[in-house]
Design a protein around this ligand. Structure first.
Ligand code: MRU
Length: 367
């Protein structure tokens, strides 16, 4: 795969979860819906399949969604130049593609962040090369998508390194959802420190919430951690309080999908509950994510749109038979907002933010 210049630290025999195919005509992703039973890549070469892959969580995890969106934009641009009559016509087509891809999921800001970067690169080129042939824009867009990809890997690895500095040998740590190599590329964010620490010879015991209803913890995190040889125990989401009460957890680490300017954090449904438990038991609660996941336009978590998904994910999807009365009303938000007062620190590639977050987050963006 042509964009796979990166290796997967700690999980080296796994393919990178998002890449541009060698012939540059498709985006190749690991189909995360099939794991852990089947490790398979699929190719996305049209807008509908790309939208579906994001919506159906074949590619998922905020940073991976951003990288996938950038490459999808690029692949669609290669197709658009065939029909485009002029640079202006091409810009209209690219903007339509960006809007369409952006409508696939609302919560992880990395999706719109990556598409906005691709659009800005296209705008800049079109403004200064109005008379150029539409095909001239392609190398510019490829370079921008590659930068988004490379920066995501670099950020992920740096977050893993910084996050590991918050851990100590022989600690028990708990995590929620999946924020490792599949979701973030590189080491990962919420779980990156576990792989980094493991590679440094540190011993940790990682407790993994199964993460109802789509089981990203059981299917993906437990798969990745055991594949890397890390001591891992799976639990149901509602068991964390007992685990903490028994004194088995010294830190919580999770990823994030959108962080507001005041430090409120949207992440996988169940994150906020875990943070409330951690506060009760006096356990530090760390949120880890790249600065591309911080949305300064959101002043607080109340501005974050929480995706609502189909109720069948709760009542039917992972059961041999439906486990609830037919037609039962289901409440199925995919994310929740964790109040900043519950967060001990937010770890980014530019440094570790401590409360008060309004100040420490703003400082990340001061040049
Ligand atoms: O619905 P998902 O699986 O895309 O949700 C992912 C999460 O909530 C992750 O914890 C988050 O993206 C943080 S890092 C990948």
């Amino acid at each position: 795969m042509s964009s796979t210049a990166h290796t997967m630290p700690g999980t080296t025999s796994l393919p990178e979860s998002v890449a541009l195919r060698d012939d540059k005509a498709a985006v190749r992703i690991v189909d995360q819906r099939l794991l852990p039973q089947v490790l398979e890549t699929i190719d996305l070469d049209n807008a509908q399949d790309m939208w579906d892959a994001i919506f159906q969580l074949k590619v998922r995890g905020a940073p991976a969604i951003g990288v996938a969106a950038a490459w999808c934009y690029y692949v669609l641009a290669r197709q658009a130049i065939e029909a485009a009559q002029s640079m202006q016509d091409l810009r209209t087509r690219l903007a339509e593609n960006a809007r369409y891809l952006d409508s696939s999921r609302p919560t992880a800001v990395n999706l719109s962040w990556a598409l906005a970067r691709m659009e800005a690169a296209a705008d800049q080129f079109a403004a200064s090369h109005a008379a150029a042939s539409p095909s001239d824009i392609i190398p510019v867009l490829e370079a921008e998508a590659q930068s988004i990809h490379d920066e995501t890997v670099t950020a992920s690895n740096e977050i893993a390194r910084l996050g590991a500095s918050l851990l100590e040998d022989n600690w028990g740590v708990i995590t929620h959802c999946n924020a490792g190599p599949l979701a973030c590329l590189g080491y990962g964010t919420g779980q990156g420190p576990f792989y980094y620490a493991h590679d440094q010879g540190m011993k940790l015991h990682v407790y993994v919430d199964e993460t109802r209803p789509l089981l990203q913890g059981a299917r993906l995190t437990a798969f990745e951690l055991t594949h890397a040889g890390i001591d891992t125990t799976l639990l149901c989401d509602n068991m964390a309080a007992q685990l903490m009460r028994e004194g088995r957890v010294q830190a919580c680490m999770v990823g994030c999908d959108r962080v507001a300017a005041n430090g409120d954090v949207a992440n996988k449904i169940g994150t906020s509950g875990l943070a409330i438990l951690a506060k009760h038991y006096g356990i530090p609660f760390y949120v880890l994510g790249p600065t591309s996941t911080i949305d300064l336009n959101c002043t607080t978590g109340s501005n974050i749109v929480i995706e609502q998904r189909d109720g069948s994910e709760i009542s039917d999807l992972h059961f041999a038979q439906p486990m609830a009365p037919a037609g039962i009303a289901c409440y199925n938000p995919a994310f929740d907002v964790c109040d900043h007062s519950l967060v001990s620190a937010i770890v980014t590639e530019r440094g570790i933010c401590r409360p008060p977050f309004e100040e420490s987050i703003a400082a990340l963006f001061e040049s």
